[in-house]
Design a protein around this ligand. Sequence first.
Ligand SMILES: [Zn+2]
Length: 278
Amino acid sequence: MKKDQFLTRRGMLIAGAAALGAAGTAGALTLGAGDEPARTAASAAGPQARPVLSPSAYRLQPLTGYGPPQRTAARTAVRHEPFLRVSGRGRTMVLTFDDGPDPRYTPHILDTLAEHDVRAMFFVCGEQADWNRDLLARMADEGHVVGNHTWSHPLLTRLSRSRIHSELQRTSKVIEDAYGERPLWFRAPYGAWNRSVFQIEAELGMEPMAWTVDTEDWTTPGTRVIVDHVEDGAAPGVVVLSHDAGGDRSQSVRALRRYLPHLLDSGYHLTVPRRRYA
Ligand SMILES: [Zn+2]
């Protein structure tokens, strides 16, 4: 896609940004040092419109430095909704990749991110991470954030509390061993959270993060369609969901190579959230 077409299309997207949350925006993470805590919520009422989470308990800022590893994740507050977007100064977006790592695709995604000096989030599954520890170490070296996406990608809402705990705990342990610190973020497979999941992730020190824009790359719709999903959905605060494993992800790899330079040329700041307690 030509850049000018992209910019033109974005003009309409800004006006429609509030509608992005209509699919169930719970709350927005605040990004940007010095920004006032912001809340962005779906004012557009829909069947799934939900109340806004108070962001007052903590604020987030972009990851701009590399602090000492955090060995122990403190228990966090129990949420009732996952975060679906971020908010902050300017055109901030977050790229996320789920279900990996996969040695066939993840290295290419890391190469593209490195080429453009961009940090992203990887929500990994324990059973993938366990035999790809080198890739988690590379993510740590290159400043990416690794989150927990369960051990075996089950539908958690059908599991007992003890099995949910096991899925999350085992994965956090592998991440700690390979990445160097325990994960601070959790994403439920299929976006399926329930009260037990919120409670257990909080016990393990993780905050729930969903997404704003689904690239639907898991349907392998073609590289162009994935690129269009990202560029059509681009707006300040958007969290993009893609996959680096779970099937043939060569389209996802190629799509990133196309949309990432477009987003950067359009003035987007692609970053990762950092939790900072006030
Ligand atoms: Zn997944």
